[in-house]
Design a binder for this molecule. Structure first.
Ligand SMILES: Nc1ncnc2c1ncn2[C@@H]1O[C@H](COP(=O)(O)OP(=O)(O)O)[C@@H](O)[C@H]1O
Ligand SMILES: [Mg+2]
Length: 458
């Protein structure tokens, strides 16, 4: 569908020339010779862009601009003005005009400006749409759970979102919904229209993480050919989500503390303090207090971040949420895979409620997803659940089935070797598919690639 441009000018010759030029470029062109008829046309036919002459009979161009801003604020207006009144045009831009053209103009210039204005508005519209979708998708309503603990968490998140708090620490095992909670905080806060930037601290070596967060100046290191903005700058007014913050290097922790205390930082290689307004949401699946005791995490940074702690409860402590979560995921995958599954059988639900869910909600999601991909059933049965879930766990008392099944290796077989072995096995099992391997290991793809590089597997 071609875009529609309304030309408002009392000079017939100018309208004719613009029509010829614009329709030659594929636009649909409407004409009006004064403000009155322009507004009628806008009411009846609408337009994607307006070219408006400043000097019109009856209502002046500026008055017409005012009307347009009042009733059709989403339509960009380009003013056409004589050289002598450019200052007026600049003033008009302050009142909402998108841009201006100085008469006499050449036709390429007109086309360029029109295309640019249409692009900008399209992007703006798309951005507004995406943000609205994100807000729906990630608002606090998306944290499913009727258990008292989950209700408490939801209430806390809601309170935090609308507070002025600039630092939040989310703790919880893997798969308990830390990502979801961070997004819920951002998208239900008044920062929602500003960026939400997300980085996993364990995925990058310390120096790279620093330059990702704080940016760098040209020449700061060999590859720094241009100055680059870091996430703190890009997210100004919004939120930066630092996932797996427990893995942040000790040197960067010092800079982080300074940032949290006075909101200032320096780009790598920079000598100037920069100041921004971002909310930091940090998440970790480690016990940070223990990391503090072990000396791998700064105590002062921990206390600074822990002002508002949000604790995501493990799924095994709120088994009463399983019904709702199962329904939630069935709805979601019905939509995604075009299936018509209605629910799970009573027996299957029993089985799900007996499992100890070491992988928490993520594990439950995967179980439902797998069953729905493999089967085309209205009701999912016990046999549609994976063996690991069907097996009777020792009960909720055992912390984690995986951990219980774990045998400590012989001496000399360090954690590093084990990690390397697991990465290798995951890659073998998935025939080198990194996304799947990362899923198996329950780490991000970036983290996997980092480990692969570390072990020389890449
Ligand atoms: N309370 C919840 N309600 C609905 N979905 C959830 C909930 N908690 C977690 N999930 C889902 O489980 C998966 C893992 O959650 P995520 O936020 O990535 O966990 P974490 O960051 O703690 O590892 C995601 O698909 C998420 O949408
Ligand atoms: Mg996560």
């Amino acid at each position: 569908m071609s875009e529609r441009i309304l030309v408002i000018d009392d000079e017939k010759l100018i309208r004719w020339a613009l029509r010829k030029n614009l329709s030659g470029a594929g636009y649909e062109v409407l004409e009006a010779e004064d403000g009155e008829s322009a507004l009628t046309i806008l009411e009846e036919e609408g337009a994607d862009l307006i070219l408006l002459d400043v000097r019109l009979p009856k209502k002046s161009g500026l008055e017409v601009l005012e009307d347009v801003m009042k009733h059709h604020v989403q339509i960009p207006v380009i003013l056409m003005t004589a050289f002598s009144s450019v200052e007026g045009a600049v003033d008009a831009m302050k009142r909402g005009a998108h841009d201006y053209l100085v008469k006499p103009f050449n036709h390429d210039e007109v086309l360029l400006l029109v295309a640019k204005a249409l692009d900008t508005t399209r992007l703006r519209r798309e951005l507004a749409f995406v943000r609205q979708q994100q807000q729906q998708q990630y608002g606090t309503g998306n944290l499913v759970g009727k258990s008292e603990t989950m209700q408490q968490v939801s209430r806390l998140i809601w309170k935090v979102a609308s507070s002025a708090a600039t630092t939040v620490l989310i703790q919880g095992e893997s798969g308990t919904g830390k990502d979801l909670a961070a997004k819920a905080i951002h998208f239900s806060s008044d920062r929602a229209t500003r960026p939400f930037m997300n980085i996993t601290c364990s995925a990058l070596p310390e120096s790279l993480l620093e330059s990702e967060l704080m940016g760098y100046e040209k020449g700061a290191f060999t590859d720094a050919r241009e100055r680059k903005q870091g996430l703190f700058e890009v997210a100004d007014g919004g939120t930066v989500f630092l996932d797996e913050v427990g893995d942040m290097g000790i040197g960067l922790q010092a800079k982080m503390l300074r940032f949290l205390e006075d909101k200032t930082f320096r780009r790598v290689g920079g000598s100037r303090d920069m100041m921004v307004d971002v909310r930091i949401i940090a998440a970790t699946n480690r016990n940070l207090e223990q990391s503090v005791q072990e000396g791998s995490f700064r105590e002062d940074l921990f206390y600074r971040m822990n002002v508002i702690p949000v604790e995501m409860p493990p799924l095994r402590e709120r088994l009463e949420d399983i019904d709702l979560l199962v329904c939630h995921f069935i709805d979601r995958f019905n939509a995604e895979f075009h299936k018509r599954t209605k629910g799970v059988s009573d027996a299957a639900l029993e089985v799900l409620k007996r499992h100890s869910w070491p992988g928490n909600v993520r594990e439950l999601r995967n179980v439902i997803e797998r069953a729905m991909i493999l089967e085309n059933k209205e009701i999912l049965e016990v046999e549609d659940m994976p063996a690991a879930v069907r097996q009777l766990d020792a009960g909720p008392a055992s912390n984690s089935a995986a951990a219980a099944a774990f045998v400590l290796p012989d001496e000399g077989y360090g954690l590093r070797r084990m990690e390397q072995e697991m990465v290798k096995q995951a890659l073998e099992k998935t025939a080198g598919n990194q996304s799947h391997a990362a899923q198996l290991l329950d780490i991000s793809r970036d983290a996997l690639r980092y480990k692969m590089r570390k072990f020389g597997l890449l």
